[in-house]
Write a protein that binds this ligand. Structure first.
Ligand SMILES: Nc1ncnc2c1ncn2[C@@H]1O[C@H](COP(=O)(O)OP(=O)(O)OP(=O)(O)O)[C@@H](O)[C@H]1O
Length: 246
């Protein structure tokens, strides 16, 4: 269980204070899939950076029973190292931490999960955008994360490729059950993936919607469409969503 209590982050830019995150209280249950939506600059990436331990909070704290969780991060740009093969990129984070044989086994398993076993010896410039995104996902999965953080990982992809990867991510999550926090601007993607959608504004969580639909989900399903519409209304301020989580 991860608990965020009174979490806040302020930056000082040219003597001016920017409140990126304010007073966030949130409980992430093990194995849950949380999607965060909200307009640009509302603090979504800051929340992920704090969860990843890439930056420290100004106020509040993150509590995790059992020490810091193992974290894997996936960003919009996979930022692969061009001089390394696919396998080299995926295994890079393990070098020096586990034996060579274990790296090889874990890289093979991660590549199989994202369907790229046949491309283990390819170089990044030989990959399509969707394949590069898969490598980015495999690079996070190889760490066997308890907490998987994804910041708009599929935003740069065409709709068809994105839909395929959304399905693959759902399958991987169902098989491995990491706790996932996923940031997106795409409300349909949020409803496809989430157990719960959090709505952020001005550095705060101002609403939440549970997604009680069975998986795999159908975006043309009546309940799906209604929920998508409700979240779009939340985002445009047309309707109030349920109160933030305790
Ligand atoms: N390193 C930083 N230094 C100064 N200000 C920052 C820094 N990182 C974020 N901010 C500010 O904090 C606020 C929240 O930024 P954040 O990147 O978390 O928003 P976001 O919701 O992820 O936006 P987007 O959807 O555009 O990625 C913004 O006003 C941003 O300018």
């Amino acid at each position: 269980m991860l608990e965020l209590r009174g979490l806040g982050k302020r930056y000082t830019v040219h003597d001016r204070e920017v409140v990126a995150l304010a007073d966030v209280d949130l409980v992430l249950k093990p194995g849950s899939f949380t999607v965060v939506v909200g307009r640009s600059g509302c603090g979504k990436s800051t929340l992920l950076r704090l969860l990843a331990g890439l930056t420290l909070p100004t106020t509040g704290a993150i509590h995790h029973n059992g020490g810091r969780p193992k974290v894997g991060c996936v960003f919009q740009e996979p930022r692969l190292m061009p001089w390394l093969t696919v396998a080299g990129n995926v295994g890079f984070g393990l070098v020096g931490k586990v034996t060579k044989a274990e790296i090889e086994a874990r890289v093979e398993a991660a590549l199989a999960l994202v369907g790229l076993s046949d491309f283990r010896n390819a170089y990044p410039d030989q990959l399509s955008g969707g394949m590069a995104s898969r490598v980015g996902l495999a690079r996070a999965l190889v760490l066997e994360p308890e907490l998987l953080l994804l910041d708009e990982p599929f935003a740069a992809l065409d709709a068809f490729t994105r839909r395929g990867l959304q399905g693959e991510l759902t399958d991987i999550w169902l098989a491995r059950r990491p706790t996932v926090v996923f940031v997106t601007h795409d409300v349909e993607e949020a409803v496809l993936l989430a157990d719960e959608v959090l709505h952020m504004d001005g550095g705060r969580i101002i609403g939440r919607r549970e997604v009680p639909l069975p998986r795999p989900r159908d975006a043309t399903d009546r309940e799906f469409v209604a929920l998508r519409r409700a979240i779009l209304d939340d985002l445009s301020g047309r309707a109030g969503s349920s109160p933030p989580p305790a």
